[in-house]
Design a binder for this molecule. Structure first.
Ligand code: CUA
Length: 336
């Protein structure tokens, strides 16, 4: 590799790392749930041991290289073959360390998979279904009759039990700040839970290669206060508004297009299940598998050519003209 190529490669690598860092607060080091915190504590414990071992071993190595090397003009240094005491020491100490890591990991495993104590909970646990699709996440609240996509809304301090499934291939649900990672496997229901202990927006990402748009299968978890959450639930359960003007024309167009074969809008004839449920589309902060902020400009871009925005996604390009896009925008953005 020439120097110029090496510099180019390094700049490319650093800028992609920076971009990755700029996108939301996806980090296992800012835990906001007891099980996420347990994972970081285990990491810190193992890292501390590794750091001490690294310093001692590298120190001994450098000392040996400097102290025992052949001196200028000198003869062959003293040759040593085997040292029983040293060998016992460097077998016993790592064994003790590995045993400690093993038992501490077992403790963390049970902490991560068992629910937090009832005493730390506010209210009854929230049951949700998380369904992986190529390429977006669907969130179903069966008890509340709410279905949404890309953005999971939960109340703070409440235990959330998620049944994780897949509609097509294997995905992996992962919101680093809120705890572990779990595969979404077709035909199998896996379970994961979390209990957010502060409000905010946490980002997640599909963590199992699942096809062309694996990297663009993102999500956010929006943690609200109890009151904000109650208001959100009320909004999601509200009937559709009366559409007027461009919104009404957009509704007419939408219901006459193949859109209804893929998307559901509750109480209408749109009952497709391939694409995201759009019932309260305008209440969400993101769309298109979490890669676009939900606003009229981005929606226009998306409707004009979904493949240009997110190549490989399953939404066809309907070659819509500006007029059609304008009224569809008005319709979708009124689905509050
Ligand atoms: Cu879904 Cu990767």
């Amino acid at each position: 590799m020439t120097a110029r190529r090496l510099v180019g490669f390094t700049i490319g690598l650093l800028s992609s790392l920076c971009l990755a860092g700029c996108w939301g607060t996806t980090s296992v080091f800012s835990p906001a749930s007891p099980n996420a915190r347990a994972t970081v504590q285990l990491f810190n414990f193992v890292f501390a041991i590794e750091a001490v071992v690294f310093v001692i071993v590298e120190g001994a190595l450098i000392y040996a290289v400097v102290h025992f090397s052949r001196k200028r003009g000198g003869g062959l240094p003293k040759q040593t073959e085997g040292n029983l005491t040293l060998e016992i020491i460097w077998t016993v100490i790592p064994s003790i360390l590995l045993a400690a890591i093993f038992f501490v990991s077992l403790g963390t495993l049970s902490q991560v998979t068992s629910a937090p104590p009832q005493s730390s909970l506010t209210g009854a646990p929230l049951q949700i279904k998380v369904i992986g699709h190529q390429w977006f996440w669907e969130f179903d609240y069966p008890d509340l009759k709410i279905v949404t996509a890309n953005e999971l809304v939960v109340p703070v301090g409440t235990l959330v039990n998620a049944n994780v499934q897949s509609m097509d291939v294997i995905h992996s649900y992962w919101v680093p700040d809120l705890g572990g990672k779990i595969d979404a496997i077709p035909g199998i229901t896996n379970q994961i839970h979390f209990q957010a202990d502060r409000t905010g927006t946490f980002t997640g990402q599909c963590a199992e290669f699942c096809g062309a748009d694996h990297a663009q299968m993102r999500m956010t978890v929006v943690v609200k206060t109890a009151d904000e959450y109650a208001a959100w639930v009320k909004g999601q359960q509200a009937p559709l508004p009366q559409f007027s003007g461009d919104g009404a024309s957009g509704e007419l167009l939408f219901m006459g297009m193949p859109c209804i074969g893929c998307h559901t809008i509750a109480t209408t004839k749109a009952q497709g299940t391939i694409g995201p449920n759009l019932t309260h589309f305008a209440s969400r902060g993101i769309f298109a598998g979490g890669v676009l902020v939900n606003n009229t400009d981005n929606l226009s871009l998306w409707l004009a050519d979904p493949q240009a925005v997110k190549p490989g996604n399953l939404m066809p390009n309907f070659s819509l003209g500006p007029g059609a896009i304008k009224i569809l925008d008005a319709f979708l953005q009124s689905l509050k």
